[in-house]
Design a protein around this ligand. Structure first.
Ligand SMILES: C[S@@+](CC[C@H](N)C(=O)[O-])C[C@H]1O[C@@H](n2cnc3c(N)ncnc32)[C@H](O)[C@@H]1O
Length: 237
């Protein structure tokens, strides 16, 4: 409890620092050569992929059929397929890249699959882009036989909430703009919906209880150098 109180106090100056830093970073990132910039981004993505795979270790078995909803460029789905010899496919509302998994575009509301088509459904950092989360949840529950894996950004204090919102705006709009200027992405990235539908961990637990989901495990990631917490939920039907 003392650690979390200290962390909450520490997160206020940290949030202010990162807010100011990100304004500077915009110009710094513009000056970094594109190749180096892509390398830095790839390194960050690899680090993140590593802890995600550790979190879900007990939950996915060899040969499972897995759907990644909001899979983006499909890289995490590829890593899951490789590690668990799972059959992974993805759906998204935006077509980002060629991927090692099959990715289908869909309308963002109705998953184009029969009931109980997959063992596990993953939703990684996509729920905060969805205004009516209940609807996409109903769809995910309909299509999954065993359960869901959710990764989300979360908060424990009002200033952390403000930081998470800023971080979402920065990661999508500011980084999106940098990528467009560098020719890495098309203008479509700026069309990403940002309804800022973040929830605290308590808020998510209440939401899952309302969907009658069994909460098997909640894994928190406090970075301590960024005013930003991430959380993994493993949920059974
Ligand atoms: C922050 S990115 C995360 C991408 C990927 N899941 C990952 O972890 O690398 C959010 C993704 O959600 C997608 N998205 C937004 N609204 C969606 C919806 N209604 N259904 C499915 N995907 C959606 C976006 O296109 C984007 O690919």
């Amino acid at each position: 409890m003392y650690i979390s109180m200290a962390r909450n106090i520490w997160y206020l100056p940290l949030a202010i620092f990162y807010f100011l830093l990100s304004l500077i970073l915009f110009f710094v990132n513009l000056c970094i050569p594109t190749k180096k910039y892509v390398e830095i981004q790839t390194l960050g993505a690899l680090n993140e992929r590593a802890w995600r795979l550790v979190d879900i270790d007990d939950f996915i078995g060899e040969g499972d059929q897995v759907l990644d909803v909001g899979c983006g460029n499909g890289k995490f789905g590829e890593a899951v397929a490789e590690k668990y010899k799972a059959e992974v496919r993805g759906v998204d509302v935006v077509n980002y890249a060629n991927s090692g998994i099959q990715i289908d575009l869909y309308d963002g509301h109705h998953l184009p699959f029969e009931d109980n088509s997959f063992d596990i459904i993953i939703m990684a950092f996509m729920l905060h882009h969805v205004k009516h989360q209940e609807d996409i949840f109903k769809e995910a529950l309909r299509c999954s036989r065993r359960g869901l894996i959710i990764f989300e950004d979360t908060y424990f204090s009002p200033w952390q909430y403000l930081f998470v919102i800023w971080n979402d705006f920065y990661s999508n709009m500011v980084v999106g703009l940098i990528k467009i200027i560098k020719g890495i992405e098309g203008k479509g990235v700026l069309g990403m919906p940002l309804p800022f539908t973040f929830r605290s961990v308590k808020g998510w637990h209440k939401f899952f209880a309302e969907q009658s989901l069994v909460q098997k495990k909640t894994i928190l990631h406090h970075s301590n150098i960024k005013a930003h917490s991430k959380v993994t939920f493993l949920l059974e039907k």
